[in-house]
Design a protein around this ligand. Structure first.
Ligand code: UD1
Length: 381
């Protein structure tokens, strides 16, 4: 079975890596090919992740680069269509919710090629987020929807998607995190004492001068009692330069600015931190697994399980300082994390997803019971 595994942007790489590895271990069954759209292209947003995640050079590289949503989506579609014509894959596997996810899905589905979406069903119900549009479109046309949490199944069912297309599998990104944990001890931490990690990159937070400037005003007082380490996304750095806001940040002795970091370094910094202040989706999940308080500067989240079963809180500019002080005083400790966020979804010690929970459709077939997650395509083929 020939599969094209598509990744385009930083948050995709750690989701595709465990799947690629699990499939590569069974060459008699799977021929997985890595497709990198080139949505992210700077070494520290892309190649460093391939190295850290032990992924080979992508078999196909589209080099679409940056652009408006229309330009970027269209560029991926054109290249993906040509690749599908040439390679005739049995399946295309997409992950997450970036423009490349939706574009690759559209191109493949229109050619009659089956598409599996990993991390399906998440919804913020905020259509101002480009990712929400990507999620809705991808899930409405993909053939197999693999959800990381059961709220994902509920969302899809509410949207009228047949149960047979939905399968709750758990969070594959945690497989990458668990696999990398032993390596993190070798990474030097940015500071010797307590510190917090800040990341910001959502257009709604960084693209407007007023919002960004207010955000900085809310964050700066936290650095008075907790040094902050801020690896900066290129979008954010560009905005800070454009609005002449970098000097404010540089002037604070306890704000430490860095370029974006590779996967291992960033995970080590996050694991060693007292709290994260972020607008990222992935970090809400990683902090939940690591049991580190996460203050999310957003009005909503497509990952509510990180609030109900994790360490995440949605915060505002007004209450950020109070919440940060609270997080310093009470360590957030939850006994159990979300179901199947255990690092053992793919290729993990022979555990079968089917044994651990009931799935609809073809997953229920008795002959599939002993299969590992990495074999799901065979099960439904
Ligand atoms: C994208 C995803 C977002 C994800 C984020 C993670 C979409 C709609 N958004 O947002 O869901 O959370 O990735 O990082 O798909 N740039 C560089 N070097 C790079 C890549 C980007 O300098 O390697 C700069 C460019 O100026 C570019 C800007 O960052 O225009 C934004 O990149 P883009 O991929 O459009 O969106 P992100 O903000 O990264």
């Amino acid at each position: 079975m020939k599969l094209l595994l598509v990744a385009g942007a930083r948050p995709n790489f750690m989701k595709i890596a465990p799947i690629y590895r699990a499939m590569s271990k069974k060459p008699e069954r799977f021929q997985p090919y890595l497709v990198h759209t080139g949505q992210h292209y700077d070494p520290n947003m892309s190649a460093d992740f391939f190295r850290d995640l032990n992924l080979p050079t992508p078999h196909f590289f589209f080099e679409v680069g940056s652009g408006s949503h229309g330009v970027q989506t269209a560029a991926v579609m054109v290249k993906m269509e040509a690749l599908c014509f040439a390679e005739k894959p049995d399946w295309v596997v997409v992950v997450g919710d970036v423009n490349s996810t939706m574009a690759a899905t559209l191109a493949a589905v229109k050619l009659g090629i089956r598409v599996a979406h990993v991390e399906a069903g998440l919804r913020s119900r905020d259509r101002r987020m480009p990712e929400e549009i990507n999620r809705i479109v991808t899930d409405s046309i993909a053939d197999l929807l693999l959800t990381p949490s059961r709220d994902g199944d509920d969302n899809l069912i509410q949207e009228g998607i047949p149960k047979e297309r939905i399968c709750f599998v758990g969070n594959v990104m945690i497989d990458s995190l668990v696999a990398t944990l032993p390596l993190l001890e070798k990474v030097s931490l940015p500071l010797s004492g307590d510190y917090g990690v800040v990341t910001l990159h959502r257009p709604s937070n960084v693209d407007q001068s007023d919002t960004l400037s207010q955000l900085l005003k809310a964050i700066l007082p936290i650095a008075d009692f907790l040094p902050l380490v801020f690896p900066m996304h290129p979008r954010t750095r560009a905005a800070l330069e454009r609005f002449d806001l970098l000097p404010q940040l540089n002037a604070h002795p306890h704000i430490h600015l860095y370029p974006p970091q590779g996967y291992q370094t960033f995970m080590a910094w996050l694991k060693g931190s007292r709290m994260a202040i972020t607008d990222s989706g992935g970090i809400q999940e990683e902090t939940t697994f690591l049991k580190i308080p996460c203050l999310t500067l957003r009005e909503n989240t497509e990952r509510p399980i990180t609030i109900t079963h994790g360490t995440n809180q949605l915060v505002t500019l007004e209450n950020l300082l109070t919440k940060a002080k609270e997080a310093m005083e009470h360590q957030v400790l939850k006994e159990n994390g979300p179901e199947f966020w255990d690092g053992r979804l793919v290729g993990g010690a022979g555990r079968s997803v089917l044994k651990r929970h009931g799935c609809g459709g073809a997953w229920g077939r008795p002959e599939a019971e002993n299969r590992q997650w990495g074999e799901w395509l065979l099960v439904i083929a």
